[in-house]
Structures are given as C-alpha cells and as structure tokens.
Ligand binder design. Structure first.
Ligand SMILES: Cc1cc2nc3c(=O)[nH]c(=O)nc-3n(C[C@H](O)[C@H](O)[C@H](O)COP(=O)(O)OP(=O)(O)OC[C@H]3O[C@@H](n4cnc5c(N)ncnc54)[C@H](O)[C@@H]3O)c2cc1C
Length: 278
C-alpha cells in the first residue's frame, strides 16, 4: 500500500487528493497544511464583510476527510524535506514519511520593496484567513484604509472594507482599475461606482515610500508625483484639500490611448505644493 503526502489544503491539494483517490482506492493519504480550514480565497472579501462564516467559505464536502479517507494534519507547517529519507520535516519537530509527495503550497502575498514598509505591523496582505482576521480587527479601530493595487484582489479587499464602513483609498500604478481585465471605458463604470461609495481613488501613481512612526507603524503612504494619503486619519473634506492643494492637470494622468471623455473626472487627485512636500 502506497503512502501519499499532500502539502497544502487548498484548490490544488484538495483536487489532487480527489484524483489520487480515484486511481488508488487503498492508498494512505496524509494532508499537511498551515491552514486549519479548507476555504475559498475567491470569496474572502465576503468573510471580511461579515457576509459569510468560515463554514460558508468551505468548498469541499462536509465529510471530506472520511469520504476520501484522508489523515489531515492541520495547522502544521512543512519546513523542510529530506529527499534521501523520503520525509517531510514539520514545524512541530516531527517527520512524515512518504512514497509520493504532492507539493501544493500555492503562492504568497508579494509586498513590493517600498521604502520603510517591510516589517511594519500594519502592512497586511489579503490572501489567507489569518490576514482577514487581522483586517477585521484593524477595521474596528482604523477608519482609513489604503489598498495598494486595484486588480482583482485589491478590488475584493476594497469591497469587503466598504461593508464595514471604513474609508477606503485605492492606489495603483496603472491608469485605471482592473487594467488587465478592462479597457478604460469599461473601468469607468467601476470607478464611478466606487466614487459613489466614497472610495478615494488614485491611478497612475506609484508608492515609493511610506511614513512610519516610532513603532514602525505606517502612518502615510507617499505617492509618486508627490501625492500622499494617510491611512489612519479621517478623510478631510475635499474643499479643505482644494484650499491647500492645486489640482493636478488631468492630461498628465491620461495613459496612451485613453480617450478624454473616459477620464474619471470625479476621481480626486491632489498635488502637494513644493513648500508642503515632506
Ligand atoms: C483575495 C483573492 C481572491 C481570488 N479570487 C479569485 C477568483 O475570483 N477566481 C479565481 O479563479 N481565482 C481567484 N483567486 C486565486 C485562487 O484563490 C488561487 O488560484 C488558488 O487559491 C490557488 O490554489 P492553490 O491550492 O494552488 O494554493 P493556495 O490557495 O495558495 O493554498 C496553498 C495551501 O498550502 C498551504 N501551505 C503553504 N505553505 C505551506 C507549508 N510550508 N506547510 C504546510 N502548508 C502550507 C496553505 O496553508 C494552503 O492551504 C483569488 C485569490 C485571492 C487571494
């Protein structure tokens, strides 16, 4: 009887197990995962928004473990591999032997190398259930959240936060949101919808630096082109900003091929005067 070890209890690992069981009815299957639950990352925003419980994120049968006869070691990290001995080394100091090994450990959040950002306690990814638990706590006290990236994950994240009543600021290098999926004209509908829900949006700007306090917490992100948005301060009224800042010419934001009528006019883009720069 063969022994299969699968590392990772998400889409790849689970479907790998389903296939393995089809072809080998007798094998011993051991599943090892850092995750303590099997959940869909695609609907994590609904968990953040409080619309779903962890049970309702689950995409496998209730009796998955008995149905597929799986010995699931949950909440355990594989920290090494002894290929000569055919063993997986686990973070609890034990080892798991295998005949065949499936590594289905997925990916992880990429935090860009932004000045001052690495190691900050309020730099949080949006990928694992643990991230969402932290974000839920954050949303209870912080009323201004900056989301870097307006791709599918950034949009999910912003949507989840909106349900919690926090102010969301969305920033992206690209000239419009979902720029890999949508052209500027189609994106306009989403930009308008986010504007209507009070999301402050900055497109065509990069974040090169964050400002931190003495606890290494991020207090502001500095946008290229001298924009700055503060993650922890309540949003000030636009008229106050107008008095202090000069509006940036829209032409400088229009990416090649972007037709003027599609410019998101209601997107607020402000420029810091040279004497106010950090
Ligand atoms: C917010 C968000 C929204 C998404 N929305 C969509 C969508 O709408 N449509 C779509 O098609 N895709 C979506 N995706 C992508 C989709 O979730 C991934 O493609 C999918 O989860 C990949 O599955 P995976 O099994 O390869 O890896 P992952 O889901 O990353 O799972 C990896 C597994 O490995 C475990 N693991 C990792 N390292 C170790 C270790 N050292 N030891 C033990 N266990 C370990 C983890 O605990 C986890 O169980 C979204 C992703 C995110 C983050």
């Amino acid at each position: 009887m063969k022994k299969y070890v699968v590392i990772g209890s998400s889409a790849a690992g689970v479907n790998g197990i389903r296939e393995l069981r089809k072809y080998d009815k007798d094998a011993e299957i051991v599943l090892i995962s850092k995750d303590k639950d099997i959940y869909s990352r695609c609907i994590l925003h609904e968990y953040l928004a409080g619309k779903r419980s962890i049970e309702r994120l689950r995409f496998v049968e209730k009796d998955f473990e008995t149905l597929y006869r799986v010995n699931w070691k949950k909440g355990i990290e594989a920290v090494g591999l002894d290929r000569a001995a055919k063993e997986v080394i686990l973070d609890d100091g034990t080892r798991e032997s295998y005949d065949k090994l499936l590594i289905a450990t997925g990916s992880h959040t990429f935090f860009p190398p932004i000045k001052n950002m690495q190691g900050s306690p309020n730099m949080i990814g949006f990928r694992n259930i643990d991230d969402i638990e932290v974000l839920k706590e954050v949303a209870k006290t912080k009323k201004n959240i900056v989301v870097l990236g307006s791709g599918l994950v950034g949009i999910d994240c912003a949507t989840g936060f909106l349900e919690l009543g926090v102010k969301v600021v969305l920033c992206d290098f690209a000239g419009w949101l979902l720029n890999k999926q949508l052209d500027p004209e189609a994106a306009r509908a989403y930009i308008d919808a986010f504007n209507a829900r009070g999301v402050e949006q900055h497109y065509g700007v990069g974040v090169n630096e964050v400002k931190i306090n003495d606890k290494h917490e991020i207090t502001a992100v500095v946008l290229s082109g001298d924009h700055r948005c503060r993650p922890q301060r309540r949003h000030r009224h636009p008229l106050r900003l107008l008095r202090r800042h000069r509006r940036r010419p829209l032409q400088r934001r229009i990416p090649p091929g972007f037709r003027p009528r599609t410019v998101p006019l209601r997107t607020r883009l402000w420029r810091v005067r040279p004497d106010q720069r950090p």
